[in-house]
Write a protein that binds this ligand. Structure first.
Ligand code: ADP
Ligand code: NA
Length: 328
């Protein structure tokens, strides 16, 4: 039986991915390349939904792509590409835009949060779930990894696929949600009740995949904790320690109760040092591979050309049908 096809994307909107992105999404992409026919893309078109600088976008897109290869996505096992390299995304997005009701688009709740944070709100920020639908349907994806905040977008994708199929003939496969293994949110080291995010207020709270060992160690040793001495998970009273336990548990694949036992009677200092070493051990080879790939422009171009070509072949096949069916 053919492996289910999965599609996922990540925005090139920061200079590095962070530990939250890695544990919450990227590490699982690496696992899925063994079980799925996987398509992973750097969604630079989506990065235009908020104000951008062209040079910065170009650089971040390459850095993002290099990190995807560096974490272990293997072009022999999966397809890694840049969204804008496949022109069919924008073409299908327009056709789907014309099939989306105003009311239906207005019900997308993420728009309210996202637009509140922007000075200039472009129409693209409003319609980006339709571009997301095009991303998915273009590849006839069976499964799409989704967190709770994306469920509504997948519903819209399914509705649009059904509407298109009903009006113009069976064309799109209906994608199913793929529930990622439960990774609890990694939180900010300086503000341990808020999620670690590229939009965190202080860089000291974020562990970037491309950080050097020195800064990583410093950030972890200075992570905010309670004034107690016990190393135990307690979301409410010890969010900082709980977050560090979660990080160490995820990186060393050791259950939290086992860690609690191991650190019984030990101080925060020893524990934090071990967390720092685990993070450094994971991030260092990724950073080094990323740097090597960024230094070898021709190699990165080649890898991205391979991905684009493979992605394009699937996208073009879908679009040939779509164009004919809508009357082009
Ligand atoms: P950010 O919050 O930095 O803007 P994104 O929204 O671009 O990150 O997230 C990309 C992926 O990384 C998503 O799949 C998201 O679920 C995951 N992710 C982001 N932050 C975290 C976090 N703090 N903990 C776990 N997963 C996260
Ligand atoms: Na985000």
């Amino acid at each position: 039986m053919a492996r289910p096809r999965v599609l996922s994307g990540i925005q090139p909107t920061a200079d590095s991915f962070h530990l939250g992105n890695y544990l919450g999404a990227l590490r699982q992409w690496v696992e899925m390349q063994e079980t799925h026919d996987s398509y992973y893309m750097v969604v630079d078109l989506h990065a235009l939904t908020v104000e951008w600088d062209p040079e910065l976008l170009r650089r971040r897109t390459r850095v993002a792509a290099a990190q995807l290869f560096a974490i272990g996505l293997d072009p022999e096992k999966c397809t890694v590409f840049v969204q804008s390299h496949v022109r069919e995304h924008t073409e299908l997005a327009w056709i789907l835009t014309c099939l989306t009701g105003m009311g239906e688009a207005s019900r997308m709740t993420q728009y309210k949060d996202k637009s509140a944070k922007q000075e200039f709100v472009g129409v693209g920020l409003f319609t980006y779930p339709i571009l997301q639908a095009a991303d998915i349907l273009l590849y006839q994806a069976d499964q799409v990894p989704v967190g709770a905040d994306q469920k509504q977008h997948l519903e819209l994708t399914r509705d649009l696929a059904q509407r298109f199929n009903h009006r113009f003939g069976e064309t799109f496969r209906l994608p199913q949600p793929y529930i990622l293994k439960e990774v609890e949110k990694i939180t900010d080291l300086q503000e341990p009740t808020a999620k670690m995010s590229k939009s965190s207020s202080s860089p000291q709270g974020i562990l970037d995949l491309l950080d050097e060992p020195g800064p990583l160690r410093k950030k972890i040793m200075r992570a905010v904790t309670d004034t107690g001495t016990e190393i135990r998970a307690d979301e409410e009273n010890k969010p900082g320690i709980t977050n560090l336990l979660r990080i160490l548990s995820a990186l060393t694949k050791t259950p939290i109760p086992e860690l609690e036992k191991r650190y019984e009677g030990q101080g925060y200092g020893t524990f934090k040092k071990d967390v720092a070493e685990a993070v450094i051990e994971t991030f260092t080879p990724i950073r080094e591979r990323t740097q090597r790939l960024l230094a070898d422009e021709a190699e990165l171009d080649k890898l991205l050309a391979i991905g684009a070509e493979r992605a394009r072949a699937v996208a073009q096949e879908t679009m040939e049908q779509v164009r004919e069916r809508v009357g082009f």
